[in-house]
Structures are given as C-alpha cells and as structure tokens.
Design a protein around this ligand. Structure first.
Ligand code: AMP
Ligand code: MG
Length: 311
C-alpha cells in the first residue's frame, strides 16, 4: 500500500472520529481528532494506558499552534527556531481552545508540536484540525519507528496506517513547558538541551527534584474540581451533585455514560467535572466505575481529585 495516496483516506477517517497511525520524524503517532472527546478517549483505550497522560496536539504550522495556546515571546522564539521539528511546547490553553479537555488530562495547559515529516504535515493540512498523536504502541511497549511496528501491535484498532518509511529521529520530542512564564525542560528528546538554550538565548532548568511539582503525573493532580468528591456513591445525598455512570447509577444531568460505556465515560469526564464545578455545588457524589478498560484511568483520575488537598 502506498502511504502517500492514503492520506486523504486517513483524513476522512479522522473526520469520522476514527484512529489512524501516521509517521513523524520522531516515532509513529496514533492519531485522533484532538477536538473530538470520543476520538481522544479511543486513543487512550487503544493504547491501554492506566492513567490519562496529557497528549500532544499536532498542527501543520506555528500559526495553527498560536490559535490553541498562549505563547510568550520566549515560547514563540522556540517555535520559530525548531518547528517543524521534534520539539513540543506546553503552554496555557487559550479560553477558546477547541482541543478536548481530555487531551489536556484536565490541565489548563496544552502540549503542541509541528512535526517535520511530509506525510504528517500533509495529513494535518488536509484534515484542518489538531490531531493528538501519542506514540502508536500499546502502553508499556516500545515506541514504533516503522509502519510495520504499528501493524504488529495496533492493527484492528486503527482505520488507516500511513507508511512514511522509518522515523529518522527515532526518539520522542523534547518537551519544554512555559507554565509560569519560565521555560522548563519537561522531557529530554530529539532536540538537545544545548540547542534549546541556544535558541532561547538563556539557560533552561530541567524538571528535576526541585521542580517535581511540574512532573506531568503530578501536574495532573493540580487540576481538581473545587467541589469535594465522594466516590463509589450509589446515589447523591442532599446538597450533592451526582456524577452518574451506567443504567443503574444515572440520577441526573451529569452522566458519564448512561449505557455504562467506559470510552464514552472517559470522553465526558473532564468536561462534566468542569460543568458541575460551574454550578457552584460543594460536593460531587460519583457513581461506582468498574476497573476494566478505561475504568482504571477514570478511577485513577477520580481518586486524585478526591484526595485531600492543600488549600
Ligand atoms: P507522548 O505520549 O510520547 O506523546 O508524550 C507526551 C509528553 O508530553 C508526555 O511526557 C506528557 O506528560 C507531556 N505533556 C503533554 N501535555 C502536557 C501538559 N499539558 N503538561 C505537561 N506535560 C505535558
Ligand atoms: Mg510513548
């Protein structure tokens, strides 16, 4: 199959909310429509991740990136110096950001990259919307650098596998965050720290022990609803909003999935938590969520949100 000629077919699949594998210069990506909650949930389901790591949104150029996130002058400097290329920038989401909150794992930030691969860039231009693209491998397996790697582990879960030859860089992108204005190296990758520093014209801190709160896993715990959470609740008590799940535990307007579909529940999770918070209610009772499929990731997220927190 000729990878190039399948690009329009892949774009159509993305439009239908289906998943596609696409080549980038770092590794092959598992693509889904970043603006479609259900498609993003399918990406997590296909990878079998036990938690919701935030995903990178891929766009065809810096202009498209600037429409999604709030880029400081320094962030723009790096964008212009290294895009397209193996650099991911994490910046605050703009208020009108159309990317699914699930792709940000509920965080107020968004990770964005312009890949340097003609097939990826053509796909992004034809599709016209941002595409989430974690590495196209099941969680815990090695990142794929050929279409054949993807075929071996993910066929059946993706509608189209675009073949763009072996990935040239072969390691993931360097991730630089601009979370409180100051750049921070969140993950080493395809572009060396020294090159980033040259591009910025200043030294950059590495996410290390001192900067632990910025580690993505822990960052994820930063976002919690204002309301308190009560888990495994069969029904709401007075003064509680109810986050329902499944046919026996759907008592109101905030239902993750009336049919008990865990992928649908994941797709709705962060949006519903925000919606409930917007009502100003002090406590959220959450229906029991099973521990299979995306249930693990949903429970992981809910128990972080329910954990006692500093004020
Ligand atoms: P991958 O799954 O290989 O595409 O890696 C994505 C990387 O970007 C992971 O290290 C994520 O934790 C990181 N990342 C994505 N979004 C964010 C974000 N909003 N804040 C911090 N790190 C992020
Ligand atoms: Mg990976």
């Amino acid at each position: 199959m000729d990878g190039q000629t399948d690009i329009p077919k892949a774009a159509e699949a993305l439009t239908r909310g289906e998943l596609v594998a696409f080549p980038t210069e770092t590794v092959y990506g598992l693509g889904g429509d970043a603006t479609n909650d259900a498609a993003v949930a399918r990406v997590y389901a296909a990878k079998g991740r036990p938690s919701f790591n935030p995903l990178i949104s891929h766009v065809p150029d810096a202009e498209a990136a600037f429409a999604l996130g709030d880029f400081s002058e320094d962030a723009k400097k790096l964008a212009h110096a290294f895009w397209p290329g193996p650099l991911t920038l994490v910046v605050p989401r703009v208020a009108a950001c159309p990317v699914s909150l699930l792709a940000s794992a509920g965080l107020p930030t968004i990770a964005i990259r312009v890949p340097r691969h003609p097939v990826a860039l053509t796909l992004l231009k034809i599709f016209g919307k941002p595409v989430v693209g974690p590495s196209a491998n099941p969680s815990g397996r090695i990142s794929p650098t050929t279409a054949d790697h993807v075929r071996r582990t993910l066929s059946g879960k993706v509608s189209v596998i675009l073949d763009g030859g072996p990935s040239k860089v072969g390691v993931e992108s360097t991730v630089v965050g601009f979370l409180d204005g100051k750049p921070l190296l969140l993950r080493p990758g395809g572009i060396a720290k020294a090159d980033i520093e040259r591009g910025l014209g200043m030294p950059i801190d590495v996410q290390g022990h001192a900067a632990r709160p910025h580690a993505p896993g822990q960052l994820a715990s930063h976002y919690a609803p204002h309301a308190e959470l009560r888990l495994n609740a069969d029904a709401p008590q007075a003064g509680e909003a109810y986050l329902g799940f499944g046919p026996f535990h759907a008592h109101g307007p905030f239902t993750l999935s009336a049919t008990g579909d865990l992928t649908e529940a994941a797709a709705n999770l962060f949006r519903l938590l925000h919606d409930i918070d917007a009502t100003g209610v002090a406590r959220i009772a959450v229906a029991p969520i099973p521990h299979h499929g995306l249930g693990d990731a949903i429970n992981d997220r809910l128990s972080r949100a329910a954990a006692p927190r500093d004020t």
